[in-house]
Design a protein around this ligand. Sequence first.
Ligand code: ASP
Length: 439
Amino acid sequence: MRKVVKFGGSSLASAEQFKKVGNIIHADAERKFVVPSAPGKRDADDTKVTDMLYECYDLAESGKNFKEQLQAIKTRYQEIIDGLALKLSLDEEFKTIEKNLKEKAGRDYAASRGEYLNGIIMAAYLGFEFVDAAEVIRFDEHGEFDSETTNKLMRERLSHLKAAVIPGFYGAKEDGTVKTFSRGGSDITGSIVARAVKADVYENWTDVSGFLVADPRIIYKPEPISTITYKELRELAYMGASVLHEDAIFPVRREGIPINIRNTNAPEDEGTWIVESTCQKPKYVITGIAGKKGFCAVNIEKDSMNSEVGFGRKVLQVFEDSGISFEHVPSGIDTMTVFVHQDEFMHKEQKVVSGIHRLADPDTIEIEADLALIAVVGRGMKSTRGTAGRIFSALAHSNVNVKMIDQGSSELNIIIGVANADFETAIKAIYDIFVLCQL
Ligand code: ASP
């Protein structure tokens, strides 16, 4: 067995956390490839090293002095080194970083140093080889991640090593310019490494014991999810369930490698398994509920629109021309509604309205703001009758008015639109009917 283990920022925020990570790695000889994040928050009021680095970059860019801010970062690393009793000096590294920041080496370069330095410490602590991600993770000249070149480089480099630490979050273009993924991107690095070494499992260690059926800020102590499919996860992650970066499943999915979300602070917990497919029945009909506020519905009416060939295309063309992506488009005989993100749409609304009039000649256009979308996701829905019925009667009993319903033919999810103000009530009602009533 070969395992790739990725540790998030809170798992590596201090020497104490590093020690827990060391114990986890030493407890299993199969944990050979380690992907660290930068040190995260030690408590709620703390600042992540990545954010401290962005601050240094902003100061450097505007020609201001950033010595004090850089020193604060150095102190954080020094505390970890001292706490682990390592004989390691980062002096030279910090000199290089200071010089490069003065020479405006770029925002991504600045941010990437958090993982880079943590990787050096982790490698020294474990006695593993350090592999700079800039050598093995490749972005093309437009800054797009080049998955195939990366896979080749990574596979070749790691094939000679028994154990290695590869820092998360960044890679480089062919000319050496450092480029990062979006925030939380170390999850993607872990997945890339798992694919390259054909790992049996990608363990993603964080500060929660896996995915929960619903957001704990809305539901008191929600039930954990033990197994979830990649597809279900995509749906939930897209709708705001944020344990794992939403792009992290792509590399492992190509090889069918399962991801196991684990808790560094409770390593005995089994966590959540993310798999391609499973015959394990979910505990409840639904696997999870997630949602987001802040949507707008653009309701377009035209008599007999359904029989007018090309009407939908013309309407969507206007959204495309305005650079707005749409979320859902439920339609009827005389109406079509386009759901969009309110903050993206707000500044362009009049342009869109006149554009639709010009191109599609509708009778009326109405805009409704402050809506929320809720996704009820579950592979179990396919084989269960009455799921939609239960959802809507639960919402009706809680006095929630449903504005929109969208169920794809895959029967993996049902999307419901409600007013922002009803968001929490709706989630509670759905959770209660599927989880609490079944406990
Ligand atoms: N350190 C980066 C961030 O804070 C990347 C990561 O932790 O995955 O977003």
